[in-house]
Design a protein around this ligand. Structure first.
Ligand code: NAD
Ligand code: MG
Length: 387
């Protein structure tokens, strides 16, 4: 029997690579697709894959899609996204949305007991405790798509509880590895978007340049694997060949290696527990010659430090960190904030809004809203100072 798959965020970097996997997999049946506003690309995907139901977050774009496409149903808004999850009866949902907008669909999926292939790390950063508790309550599985977490998921598969001393996340270091704080003041949007090893969406590419991506991944790993923060390390590995490691109680360290290609972790998540063949070159270590490792510079790249502190503080702190980061990165990509000011906006937002305990998902939506408002004000102040 085919596995019914729903892809949220199908027009993005992860979404389009997932469609490439689907095309190679007769055992996957696509039952729905979604995008924020790029309705033409989405309708094209629906036609090409014979999909009967799509969701578009933006209402105007949704209306235009409904006019242009009479071959199926168009749902709109954040509610439309949740309806798509509930009404297309998937066996598996791939959440490849970007940002905390992914939390609603994550909750809807797990709440229904549907397995979740999770690229949207922000849903775990923002609502980790509640999201993992929900999965546990309904028995739904969360299979990570993030390459580091996919690696760890595979490495942990054969290990008994209590034998893992440490998880070690690798980080490429981004395009500005080795630079000083002074040298980061004048970097351009184009330089920040030029990632040395991975081709990804705009937001995660900037997160990789600030090292916030690794900070978000630290929090993601804590929730996915139930590992305390002091047992999760980060090491910079510029070649992105080792995707992550685990250290075991008997002194053994296991690593997961491969060329950087997101189709590998995407295919793993979509086919789990099976594996399928992919046209990916086998690793040639002799040709690579050497792999290098170094400590992350958390003085210069303060975002990684801020994320660890927010994760350790717990409660709404990671939600506030994430919201402020989304606002700051958006402002940087629009030329309204300088690169080194991203960390400052996040730090000041965390200082301004006291972290509280989480009672329900409502607590998170409120904290997200407050943090966005504060961060937006800080962006305006920074803009006023620089003009
Ligand atoms: P992207 O920007 O390329 O694509 C995002 C997708 O989500 C698009 O289809 C867009 O239309 C949709 N979307 C954006 N905002 C939305 C909203 N508010 N409501 C509904 N839909 C919305 O992003 P990406 O690089 O594919 O990343 C997706 C997620 O996967 C992120 O959480 C990212 O951190 C994670 N991830 C990506 C990569 C990668 O290689 N790209 C690797 C690891 C993890
Ligand atoms: Mg990653």
């Amino acid at each position: 029997m085919a596995r019914r798959l729903l892809i949220l965020g199908s027009t993005g970097s992860i979404g389009t690579q997932a469609l490439d996997i689907v095309e190679r997999s007769p055992e996957l049946e696509l039952v729905g697709l979604s995008a924020e506003r790029s309705w033409e690309a989405l309708v094209e995907q629906a036609r090409a894959h014979g999909v009967g139901r799509i969701a578009i977050a933006d209402a105007d774009a949704g209306a235009r899609a409904a006019e242009a496409w009479t071959g199926g149903e168009v749902l709109t808004g954040a509610k439309g996204l949740v309806r798509l999850v509930l009404e297309s009866e998937p066996d598996l949902v791939l959440n490849a949305l970007v940002g905390s907008a992914g939390l609603g669909p994550t909750v809807a999926t797990l709440g229904e007991g549907i397995d979740l292939a999770l690229a949207n790390k922000e849903s775990l950063v923002v609502g980790g405790e509640l999201v993992t508790a929900l999965a546990q309550a309904t028995g739904a599985q969360i299979i990570p798509v993030d390459s580091e977490h996919s690696a760890i998921h595979q490495l942990l598969a054969g290990e008994k509880a209590g034998t893992v001393d440490k998880i070690v996340l690798t980080a490429s270091g981004g395009p500005f590895r080795g630079r000083t704080a002074q040298e980061l003041r004048d970097v351009t949007i184009e330089q920040a978007l030029a990632h040395p090893t991975w081709a990804m969406g705009g937001k995660i590419t900037i997160d990789s340049a600030t090292l916030m991506n690794k900070g978000l991944e630290l929090i993601e790993a804590h929730h996915l694997f139930g590992t305390p923060y002091e047992q999760i390390d980060v090491v910079v590995h510029p070649q992105s060949i080792v995707h992550s490691l685990i250290q075991l109680c008997d002194g053994a360290t296991l690593a997961h290696l491969g060329y950087p290609d997101m189709r590998v972790p995407i295919a793993y998540a979509l086919h789990h527990p099976d594996r399928v063949e992919l046209p990916v070159a086998p690793l040639d270590l002799a040709q690579l010659g050497s792999l290098t490792f170094e400590q992350p510079d958390t003085d210069t790249f303060a975002c990684l430090r801020l994320a660890r502190e927010a994760g350790e503080a717990g409660g709404t702190a990671p939600c506030i960190l994430n919201a402020a980061n989304e606002v700051a990165v958006h402002a940087f990509l629009n030329g309204r904030l300088r690169f080194h000011e991203i960390a400052a906006v996040i730090e000041h937002t965390l200082e301004t809004i006291p972290a509280g305990r989480i009672h329900a998902f409502q607590t998170l939506y409120a904290a997200d809203r407050d943090a966005r408002a504060t961060a937006a004000e800080l962006v305006e102040q920074a803009e006023a100072r620089s003009t």
